[in-house]
Design a protein around this ligand. Sequence first.
Ligand code: G6P
Ligand code: MG
Length: 227
Amino acid sequence: MLKCVIFDLDGVLVSTDELHYRAWKAIAAKLGVPFDRSDNMRQRGVSRMESLEVVLEKSSHTFTEQEKQALAQEKNERYRSMLSGLGPDAVLEGVCDTLAMLERRGIVLAVGSSSRNAPEILERTKLADRMDVVVSGLDITHSKPHPEVFCKAGQRAGVLPRECLVVEDAATGVQAGKAAGMKVLAVGAAKDNAQADFRFADLSEAQSSWNGIFAAFEDSCPEPGAG
Ligand code: G6P
Ligand code: MG
């Protein structure tokens, strides 16, 4: 039975994935290395330092740990200056209706994000109060595709992995959800991901399919002793 939906944040609930892209693009330009949307695809779901490596791998220069820390800090400052203008209008299409529908059905709502900025973004976009559980980059040691973030969210929600649905826009996130033993609904940049159980362009397109999604949890996850 479906009991908990764990949402990724950037690119699933909020359009901040675009702001990450712009901030990294500026860092790449400063370093004189090429950087495009396909590079950014590989940054989705992974930590700030791992995202930096995607930029640095195109440079012939070898960076010291100190230089890397300074670049990651500069990216975060650029990103955070863009966050200062963030409000509820950054919430993506279909999100509010989906949250309302899940609330009506008594589903536990959770966020599982690798971002250390997640709590602030949830506050700014007025999504914080709607979430029962938030696990962010501040709470984890391993970023996606490691399942830690989703396992922790499920544990805090007091549910079993097979009772959880992960909603993701990153290939690493889809992998993490499956590794956690959960079903995965892929949207946005991951909408064609073959590993996902359900695929939609966005949550608005998924809207009419939730009865089927709930039913899939009834079919494949019989309760112990049921039947
Ligand atoms: C999310 C984004 C990644 C980003 C990571 C860390 O998972 O998809 O692209 O690198 O968060 O974000 P942070 O806000 O902590 O730099
Ligand atoms: Mg994402």
